[in-house]
Design a protein around this ligand. Structure first.
Ligand code: C2E
Ligand code: MG
Ligand code: MG
Length: 564
């Protein structure tokens, strides 16, 4: 052991502390692995550092000392070209001093009274390794424009605060500029830079008053890690006011997401959530602030699980299709005329999940086509089964999502499904939600026209929930209007709603479109709709969506009526 030390000189460590007992303690901990020299105050420390600059691997530096304190030593070391490569770990009992020391360029802390020896050894070893690998972040790296930290330095620093000052309740703030690229395009890059600089200045002014650090990355995203603030609306307003002062001709909107401090949540995760919160208020100029809540976390967790579980669900038949009847109310009694196929997910842990909880989620990322494909296949198989086994022909409508409509293989897929199950095109009806018609309208109309030419009946779903005007209807390739439930809900009590429904029915008649009223729950609603000339009704009044075995009973009842 001693021999090997003599052959290869051990690394040199300078321990600076005015208390002998502390110097001794560190010597005992480190002496097996390092060569130790000591100093009792700042002046001695600087002398020792200068004398050993080329050999010194690390300095362990007490902050509170007579003659010259540790901050001054740190300042001189980091200011000196020749010395600043030497990493410094500060020794302190005072938490508030740690942050300041870090800001001044210290690499790490060791808290007094001293941690267990293993931790000190590990920390010293790691910092030396880092410095030898030149990855040491002793000198802060700044964004030149705003003088805030760059991303890597910011997170390294935030992690240290998190680990070494756990008593500080540090919140994560993400701030963004709405439509920054447009501001750049319209007003020029110099103007855009001004905006960023103004925000950077104000953030630094804010951080001079509050403990914290900040960074800019991704052009217009600002991350602030600071002790919890009493009023984030006021903080956002402070930045917004500054930005408002830049130019009377350009309106610039900031938005902010905040993830409040939580024990055990590391900075990177905090900022992920703050960013998610910030994204949620994108474009919402009325409410540009979002504080991440427990609800959002649970929702996010659930979404993540659903995303993970979908493929398995499709394979293991956790997905099933329910059917809700549509009745023709011109007849008395009303006759079963068709059905809508609606997806259900029986999740092994979460129980029955309604499509409202996952359809929008999967529409957002295109996975909805897995669901839809499954429903189409299943519905087609079911139509064929009822046709053969019960000798009953029941057309079923399936829902199409926007993602489906823009999939170039859509038409072929649907045709294949119809053929493989020996169906006619009229057996499988297609529901396309109204809001899909308002986006990329031309592409969508082309696809829908092709489907309709083949013989598929097209139903416009949720009509009245989007913005297509009544006079656009005449050009649209559709056969059926499905009136959104919100129209039906109050027709018994609201004269206006009833008049609206009648108006829609009149126009539909003029355009030779069938109308399905969705969400009919009461006899009163049914009567009003019948009197107004509505053709078909779907709703709890007749039946909730049912599993196929249950739905079969409706078919058998219908066959009974047929026979009479
Ligand atoms: P939608 O296509 O407009 O389907 C009608 C929804 O209204 C169904 O909800 C149905 O259960 C509900 N409903 C029917 N009658 C009544 C009533 O009298 N009162 C009330 N309050 N509600 C009634 P569900 O099954 O939860 O589906 C919700 C939405 O999820 C559907 O709205 C559709 O947009 C979507 N969805 C369902 N299945 C699929 C699918 O297989 N693929 C796609 N892409 N979307 C689907
Ligand atoms: Mg539908
Ligand atoms: Mg609907």
């Amino acid at each position: 052991m001693i021999k090997s030390k003599q052959i290869r000189r051990p690394k040199l460590v300078l321990v600076v502390d005015d208390q002998e007992i502390n110097r001794d303690a560190l010597e005992v901990i480190l002496e097996d692995d390092y060569e130790i020299i000591t100093a009792e105050n700042g002046v001695e420390a600087i002398e020792a550092i200068e004398a050993n600059a080329s050999r010194l691997s690390i300095v362990l530096l007490d902050l509170m000392m007579p003659v010259m304190d540790g901050f001054e030593v740190l300042r001189r070391v980091t200011a000196d070209e020749q010395l600043r490569h030497i990493p410094v770990i500060v020794l302190t009992a005072e938490k508030s001093a740690e942050l300041r020391a870090l800001q001044m360029g210290a690499s790490d802390f060791i808290t007094k009274p001293f941690d267990v020896p293993e931790i000190i050894l590990a920390r010293v070893g790691r910092i030396i390794e880092l410095s030898e690998g030149r990855q040491l972040i002793s000198a802060a790296e700044h964004d030149k424009l705003t003088l805030l930290y760059n991303r890597n330095f910011f997170f390294e620093y935030a992690n240290r605060i998190f680990h070494y000052s756990p008593e500080l309740r540090m919140d994560a703030i993400v701030m963004n500029i709405e439509q920054f690229h447009t501001i750049n395009d319209v007003n020029g890059r110099d103007f855009g830079d001004d905006v960023l600089r103004v925000i950077g200045n104000e953030i630094r002014a804010f951080l001079a008053e509050t403990e914290g650090i900040a960074s800019r990355f991704e052009a217009d995203r600002f991350d602030i890690y600071c002790v919890e603030q009493p009023d984030y609306a006021a903080l956002l307003k402070r930045f917004q006011d500054k930005v408002n002062g830049i130019s009377p001709n350009v309106s610039i909107h900031l938005r902010m997401g905040v993830k409040p401090w939580k024990e055990d949540v590391v900075p990177v995760l905090l900022f992920d959530r703050a960013r998610a919160a910030c994204n949620m208020v994108r474009g919402d100029y009325q409410n540009p602030l979002m504080i991440y809540s427990e609800d959002m976390r649970l929702r996010e967790q659930m979404n993540q699980q659903l995303l993970n579980d979908l493929r398995v669900a499709a394979k293991e038949r956790q997905l099933t299709v329910y059917y809700q009847p549509k009745y023709d109310i011109h007849c008395d009694p009303p006759r079963l005329s068709s059905a809508e196929a609606l997806i259900r997910w029986q999740h092994p842990e979460m129980g029955m999940i309604s499509p409202g909880d996952f359809v929008p989620l999967f529409e957002g990322n295109g996975l909805i086509s897995i669901v839809d494909n499954f429903v189409w296949q299943e519905a087609a198989r079911q139509i064929a089964d009822w046709k053969q086994r019960l000798n009953f022909r029941l057309p079923v409508s399936v829902n199409l999502s926007r993602a489906d409509v823009f999939d170039p293989t859509l038409v072929d897929r649907l045709v294949a499904i119809v053929r493989e199950n020996g169906l006619d095109f009229e057996d499988l009806k297609l529901e396309v939600t109204e809001s899909a018609y308002t986006e990329k309208a031309k592409d969508l109309l082309d696809v829908v026209r092709r489907l309709r030419t083949l013989g598929f009946a097209i139903e416009m779903d949720d009509f009245g929930s989007g913005y297509s005007s009544l006079n656009m209807l005449s050009d649209m390739p559709i056969d059926v209007l499905k009136m959104d439930m919100k129209f039906i809900r109050n027709i018994e009590t609201s004269d206006t709603d009833l008049r609206l429904v009648k108006l829609i029915l009149d126009i539909a008649k003029y355009l030779k479109l069938y109308v399905v009223a969705e969400g009919v729950e009461t006899e009163g609603q049914l009567e009003l709709l019948r009197d107004a000339g509505c053709d078909l009704v779907q709703g709890y009044y007749f039946s909730r969506p049912l599993p196929p075995e249950e739905f079969e009973k409706l078919i058998l009842k219908e066959k009974e009526i047929e026979r009479q």
